[in-house]
Design a protein around this ligand. Structure first.
Ligand code: AMP
Ligand code: ZN
Length: 114
């Protein structure tokens, strides 16, 4: 997936402000933040959409949520509250076709989402 910008970030071919990394996962600041804290947690392996997840990916998906908790704690939004978002497909607004968990916080969130 040479053309995927998130794969390029994983390979350090594109710049990013990386805040967390382990064997399977990387987290970096969103380039167009929608809240004071806006970090993307992604699997290093290219998975195009949530619909492409296999049952064997379940531990990986669970791990993304653990990393999101770590990121939220480290950025001071765990106690005040934060929002996790994963968009899937065109009508959701998915614009990068490599799954990513948005970690958003640092302001009051509205509901319903836009
Ligand atoms: P989504 O609309 O759910 O697919 O979210 C994609 C997110 O990726 C958006 O919030 C973009 O601002 C963000 N994004 C796109 N390119 C980059 C990049 N090179 N570095 C960091 N964030 C990016
Ligand atoms: Zn990718």
């Amino acid at each position: 997936m040479r053309e995927c910008v998130f794969c390029q970030i994983v390979r350090r071919e594109s710049p990013a402000y990386i805040v967390y990394e382990d064997d399977s996962t990387i987290a970096f600041k969103d380039i167009n933040p929608q809240a004071p804290v806006h970090i993307l947690v992604i699997p290093k392996r290219h998975i195009r959409t949530l619909l492409d997840i296999q049952s064997s990916d379940e531990p990986l998906l669970g791990h993304l949520f653990s990393v999101a908790n770590t990121v939220a704690r480290e950025h001071g939004i765990a106690q005040r509250g934060f929002r996790l978002v994963m968009n899937c497909g065109l009508e959701s607004g998915q614009s990068v076709w490599h799954i990513h968990l948005h970690v958003l916080g640092g302001r009051k969130m509205g509901w319903p989402p836009g």
